[in-house]
Design a protein around this ligand. Structure first.
Ligand SMILES: Nc1ncnc2c1ncn2[C@@H]1O[C@H](COP(=O)(O)OP(=O)(O)OP(=O)(O)O)[C@@H](O)[C@H]1O
Ligand SMILES: [Mg+2]
Length: 255
Protein backbone atom coordinates (compact mmCIF):
# COMPACT_ATOMS: atom_id res chain seq x y z
CA UNK A 1 0.00 0.00 0.00
CA UNK A 2 1.33 3.41 -0.98
CA UNK A 3 0.20 6.13 1.39
CA UNK A 4 -0.15 9.65 -0.01
CA UNK A 5 -1.10 12.86 1.76
CA UNK A 6 -2.58 15.91 0.08
CA UNK A 7 -1.35 18.91 2.07
CA UNK A 8 -0.95 22.65 2.05
CA UNK A 9 -0.78 24.96 5.04
CA UNK A 10 -3.20 27.25 3.18
CA UNK A 11 -6.95 26.65 3.19
CA UNK A 12 -9.21 26.50 0.14
CA UNK A 13 -6.54 25.66 -2.44
CA UNK A 14 -8.17 22.42 -3.65
CA UNK A 15 -6.72 19.75 -1.36
CA UNK A 16 -10.01 17.88 -0.91
CA UNK A 17 -10.93 18.33 -4.58
CA UNK A 18 -7.63 16.80 -5.68
CA UNK A 19 -7.85 14.04 -3.07
CA UNK A 20 -11.29 12.93 -4.33
CA UNK A 21 -10.21 12.90 -7.96
CA UNK A 22 -6.97 11.02 -7.23
CA UNK A 23 -8.84 8.38 -5.24
CA UNK A 24 -11.58 7.92 -7.83
CA UNK A 25 -9.17 7.78 -10.76
CA UNK A 26 -6.97 5.17 -9.07
CA UNK A 27 -10.16 3.20 -8.26
CA UNK A 28 -11.30 3.39 -11.91
CA UNK A 29 -7.88 2.06 -12.86
CA UNK A 30 -8.53 -1.02 -10.73
CA UNK A 31 -6.62 -0.06 -7.59
CA UNK A 32 -8.13 -0.69 -4.14
CA UNK A 33 -8.19 2.69 -2.47
CA UNK A 34 -8.52 3.60 1.23
CA UNK A 35 -9.46 7.24 1.79
CA UNK A 36 -8.80 8.82 5.19
CA UNK A 37 -10.42 12.12 6.16
CA UNK A 38 -8.26 13.88 8.75
CA UNK A 39 -9.98 17.21 8.08
CA UNK A 40 -13.39 18.31 9.20
CA UNK A 41 -15.56 16.23 6.95
CA UNK A 42 -15.66 17.85 3.47
CA UNK A 43 -14.20 14.69 2.02
CA UNK A 44 -16.50 12.39 4.02
CA UNK A 45 -19.54 14.40 2.90
CA UNK A 46 -18.70 13.83 -0.75
CA UNK A 47 -19.69 10.20 -0.25
CA UNK A 48 -23.11 8.93 0.85
CA UNK A 49 -23.72 8.95 4.61
CA UNK A 50 -23.98 5.74 6.67
CA UNK A 51 -27.50 4.36 6.34
CA UNK A 52 -29.65 4.62 9.48
CA UNK A 53 -30.09 0.86 9.86
CA UNK A 54 -26.43 0.01 9.24
CA UNK A 55 -24.87 -1.12 12.52
CA UNK A 56 -21.49 -2.18 11.17
CA UNK A 57 -18.68 -1.01 13.50
CA UNK A 58 -17.13 1.39 11.01
CA UNK A 59 -13.73 2.82 11.72
CA UNK A 60 -13.70 6.59 12.34
CA UNK A 61 -10.63 8.80 11.90
CA UNK A 62 -10.21 9.69 15.59
CA UNK A 63 -9.91 5.96 16.38
CA UNK A 64 -6.76 5.80 14.25
CA UNK A 65 -5.06 7.77 17.02
CA UNK A 66 -6.13 5.46 19.89
CA UNK A 67 -6.43 1.71 20.52
CA UNK A 68 -10.10 1.79 19.54
CA UNK A 69 -9.43 0.95 15.89
CA UNK A 70 -9.08 -2.79 16.58
CA UNK A 71 -12.03 -4.75 15.17
CA UNK A 72 -13.43 -1.77 13.26
CA UNK A 73 -13.60 -1.59 9.47
CA UNK A 74 -13.44 1.08 6.77
CA UNK A 75 -16.73 1.59 4.92
CA UNK A 76 -17.02 0.88 1.19
CA UNK A 77 -18.36 4.04 -0.46
CA UNK A 78 -17.77 3.43 -4.20
CA UNK A 79 -16.40 0.66 -6.41
CA UNK A 80 -12.84 0.04 -5.13
CA UNK A 81 -13.06 2.89 -2.60
CA UNK A 82 -13.29 2.57 1.21
CA UNK A 83 -13.54 5.52 3.58
CA UNK A 84 -12.40 6.20 7.14
CA UNK A 85 -14.49 9.23 7.87
CA UNK A 86 -13.90 12.26 10.04
CA UNK A 87 -15.71 12.38 13.38
CA UNK A 88 -15.98 15.08 16.04
CA UNK A 89 -13.40 13.58 18.50
CA UNK A 90 -10.80 13.87 15.71
CA UNK A 91 -10.45 17.54 16.64
CA UNK A 92 -9.13 16.55 20.10
CA UNK A 93 -6.08 14.94 18.49
CA UNK A 94 -4.49 18.38 18.01
CA UNK A 95 -4.47 18.89 21.80
CA UNK A 96 -2.78 15.56 22.58
CA UNK A 97 0.90 14.99 23.38
CA UNK A 98 3.20 15.26 20.34
CA UNK A 99 3.84 11.51 20.49
CA UNK A 100 0.31 10.99 19.09
CA UNK A 101 1.71 11.79 15.62
CA UNK A 102 3.09 8.23 15.45
CA UNK A 103 -0.23 6.47 16.12
CA UNK A 104 -1.73 6.90 12.64
CA UNK A 105 1.12 5.05 10.96
CA UNK A 106 0.77 2.17 13.39
CA UNK A 107 -3.00 1.97 12.92
CA UNK A 108 -2.80 2.02 9.10
CA UNK A 109 -0.23 -0.79 9.06
CA UNK A 110 -2.93 -3.44 9.36
CA UNK A 111 -4.32 -2.37 5.95
CA UNK A 112 -0.97 -2.77 4.20
CA UNK A 113 -2.11 -5.83 2.20
CA UNK A 114 -5.78 -4.85 1.78
CA UNK A 115 -5.29 -1.71 -0.33
CA UNK A 116 -3.01 -0.48 -3.11
CA UNK A 117 -3.36 3.18 -2.23
CA UNK A 118 -4.20 5.08 0.95
CA UNK A 119 -5.07 8.75 0.36
CA UNK A 120 -5.08 11.11 3.38
CA UNK A 121 -6.80 14.51 3.34
CA UNK A 122 -5.46 17.03 5.85
CA UNK A 123 -6.49 20.30 7.50
CA UNK A 124 -4.71 23.46 6.34
CA UNK A 125 -2.87 24.08 9.59
CA UNK A 126 0.29 22.53 10.92
CA UNK A 127 -1.06 20.62 13.89
CA UNK A 128 -0.88 17.04 15.10
CA UNK A 129 -3.20 15.66 12.40
CA UNK A 130 -1.13 17.02 9.53
CA UNK A 131 2.18 15.94 11.05
CA UNK A 132 0.71 12.47 11.69
CA UNK A 133 -0.31 12.22 8.02
CA UNK A 134 3.20 13.13 6.89
CA UNK A 135 4.75 10.65 9.34
CA UNK A 136 2.49 7.87 7.97
CA UNK A 137 3.01 8.67 4.28
CA UNK A 138 5.28 7.57 1.46
CA UNK A 139 4.38 10.65 -0.61
CA UNK A 140 2.93 14.14 -0.29
CA UNK A 141 1.46 16.35 -3.01
CA UNK A 142 0.51 20.02 -2.61
CA UNK A 143 -2.07 21.82 -4.75
CA UNK A 144 -1.86 25.61 -4.66
CA UNK A 145 -3.51 28.60 -6.25
CA UNK A 146 -1.66 31.61 -7.61
CA UNK A 147 -2.29 34.19 -4.92
CA UNK A 148 0.21 36.23 -2.97
CA UNK A 149 -0.86 34.61 0.32
CA UNK A 150 -0.60 31.04 -0.97
CA UNK A 151 2.73 31.63 -2.71
CA UNK A 152 4.22 33.08 0.46
CA UNK A 153 3.29 29.91 2.37
CA UNK A 154 4.85 27.46 -0.08
CA UNK A 155 8.34 27.71 1.47
CA UNK A 156 6.72 27.00 4.85
CA UNK A 157 5.31 23.73 3.55
CA UNK A 158 8.74 22.76 2.18
CA UNK A 159 10.24 23.48 5.62
CA UNK A 160 7.52 21.40 7.31
CA UNK A 161 8.18 18.47 4.98
CA UNK A 162 11.95 18.71 5.54
CA UNK A 163 11.44 18.85 9.30
CA UNK A 164 9.25 15.72 9.22
CA UNK A 165 11.78 13.97 6.97
CA UNK A 166 14.62 14.80 9.39
CA UNK A 167 12.77 14.03 12.60
CA UNK A 168 10.40 11.18 11.80
CA UNK A 169 10.15 9.94 8.22
CA UNK A 170 13.27 10.12 6.01
CA UNK A 171 11.46 8.08 3.31
CA UNK A 172 8.77 10.75 2.72
CA UNK A 173 8.75 11.85 -0.95
CA UNK A 174 7.62 15.34 -1.88
CA UNK A 175 5.93 14.75 -5.25
CA UNK A 176 5.52 18.44 -5.99
CA UNK A 177 3.29 21.49 -6.09
CA UNK A 178 0.33 21.35 -8.50
CA UNK A 179 -1.09 24.68 -9.77
CA UNK A 180 -4.87 24.63 -9.26
CA UNK A 181 -7.73 27.08 -9.76
CA UNK A 182 -5.60 28.90 -12.34
CA UNK A 183 -7.57 31.81 -13.77
CA UNK A 184 -7.03 31.39 -17.51
CA UNK A 185 -8.25 34.96 -18.12
CA UNK A 186 -5.70 36.51 -15.81
CA UNK A 187 -2.47 37.42 -17.63
CA UNK A 188 -0.83 37.83 -14.20
CA UNK A 189 -1.56 34.21 -13.28
CA UNK A 190 -0.63 32.77 -16.66
CA UNK A 191 2.58 34.84 -16.73
CA UNK A 192 3.50 33.74 -13.20
CA UNK A 193 3.55 30.01 -14.02
CA UNK A 194 6.82 29.75 -16.04
CA UNK A 195 8.74 31.65 -13.35
CA UNK A 196 7.29 29.44 -10.60
CA UNK A 197 8.17 26.31 -12.58
CA UNK A 198 11.70 27.56 -13.10
CA UNK A 199 12.06 28.42 -9.42
CA UNK A 200 10.67 25.15 -8.08
CA UNK A 201 12.09 22.87 -10.83
CA UNK A 202 11.19 19.21 -10.25
CA UNK A 203 9.17 20.25 -7.20
CA UNK A 204 6.39 21.56 -9.43
CA UNK A 205 4.22 19.58 -11.82
CA UNK A 206 4.14 20.51 -15.52
CA UNK A 207 0.35 19.97 -15.40
CA UNK A 208 -2.12 22.50 -14.05
CA UNK A 209 -5.85 22.67 -13.35
CA UNK A 210 -7.72 25.73 -14.59
CA UNK A 211 -10.49 27.25 -12.43
CA UNK A 212 -13.78 25.91 -13.81
CA UNK A 213 -17.13 26.03 -11.98
CA UNK A 214 -18.08 22.60 -13.41
CA UNK A 215 -15.52 21.04 -11.04
CA UNK A 216 -17.41 22.34 -8.04
CA UNK A 217 -20.77 21.38 -9.58
CA UNK A 218 -19.65 17.82 -10.29
CA UNK A 219 -18.44 17.35 -6.73
CA UNK A 220 -21.72 18.72 -5.39
CA UNK A 221 -23.57 16.05 -7.36
CA UNK A 222 -21.26 13.29 -6.12
CA UNK A 223 -19.17 12.80 -9.26
CA UNK A 224 -15.61 13.43 -10.40
CA UNK A 225 -15.52 16.12 -13.10
CA UNK A 226 -14.93 13.61 -15.92
CA UNK A 227 -18.23 11.80 -15.30
CA UNK A 228 -21.42 12.88 -17.13
CA UNK A 229 -19.60 15.67 -18.97
CA UNK A 230 -22.08 18.33 -19.89
CA UNK A 231 -20.53 20.57 -22.56
CA UNK A 232 -17.08 21.19 -23.94
CA UNK A 233 -15.75 23.10 -20.92
CA UNK A 234 -16.45 20.11 -18.68
CA UNK A 235 -14.87 17.72 -21.15
CA UNK A 236 -11.70 19.84 -21.13
CA UNK A 237 -11.83 20.07 -17.32
CA UNK A 238 -12.18 16.28 -17.12
CA UNK A 239 -9.19 15.72 -19.41
CA UNK A 240 -7.08 18.23 -17.51
CA UNK A 241 -7.97 16.72 -14.12
CA UNK A 242 -7.17 13.20 -15.37
CA UNK A 243 -3.84 14.38 -16.79
CA UNK A 244 -2.86 16.00 -13.50
CA UNK A 245 -4.02 12.99 -11.44
CA UNK A 246 -2.24 10.53 -13.74
CA UNK A 247 1.00 12.54 -13.42
CA UNK A 248 0.69 12.41 -9.62
CA UNK A 249 -0.27 8.71 -9.51
CA UNK A 250 2.62 7.70 -11.73
CA UNK A 251 5.00 9.39 -9.27
CA UNK A 252 3.23 7.62 -6.40
CA UNK A 253 3.65 4.17 -7.99
CA UNK A 254 7.29 4.93 -8.79
CA UNK A 255 8.09 6.10 -5.23
N1 LIG B 1 -9.95 23.93 -10.33
C1 LIG B 1 -11.06 24.33 -9.68
N2 LIG B 1 -12.03 24.99 -10.35
C2 LIG B 1 -13.15 25.39 -9.72
N3 LIG B 1 -13.42 25.17 -8.42
C3 LIG B 1 -12.48 24.51 -7.71
C4 LIG B 1 -11.27 24.06 -8.28
N4 LIG B 1 -10.54 23.44 -7.32
C5 LIG B 1 -11.28 23.50 -6.19
N5 LIG B 1 -12.43 24.15 -6.41
C6 LIG B 1 -13.49 24.50 -5.44
O1 LIG B 1 -12.91 25.40 -4.49
C7 LIG B 1 -13.41 25.15 -3.19
C8 LIG B 1 -12.25 24.84 -2.24
O2 LIG B 1 -11.67 23.62 -2.66
P1 LIG B 1 -11.31 22.48 -1.59
O3 LIG B 1 -12.39 22.32 -0.60
O4 LIG B 1 -10.89 21.29 -2.37
O5 LIG B 1 -10.05 23.16 -0.90
P2 LIG B 1 -9.26 22.68 0.40
O6 LIG B 1 -7.84 23.07 0.19
O7 LIG B 1 -9.55 21.25 0.68
O8 LIG B 1 -9.92 23.59 1.53
P3 LIG B 1 -9.78 23.43 3.13
O9 LIG B 1 -8.40 23.92 3.46
O10 LIG B 1 -10.86 24.33 3.66
O11 LIG B 1 -9.97 21.99 3.45
C9 LIG B 1 -14.40 24.00 -3.32
O12 LIG B 1 -15.69 24.52 -3.45
C10 LIG B 1 -13.97 23.31 -4.63
O13 LIG B 1 -15.04 22.64 -5.27
MG1 LIG C 1 -10.30 20.32 2.38
Amino acid sequence: MKTTTVANQKGGVGKTTLEIHLALLAAEQGKRVLVVDLDEGDLSQFFDAIEDDDETPYLMSSQLFSDEHEGRVPRQVAPNVWLIEADVPLLDVDDMDLSVVHNLKGALKRFENDFDLCMIDTPPNLQRRMVAALVASDCVVAPFNISKFTLSRMPKLMTTIETVQDAFNPALNFLGFLPNMVNSRSPDEIDALPGLREGYGDSMFAEQIIYRPCINKSLASGNPVWVKANGSSQRVAGREMKQACNAILSKVWAA
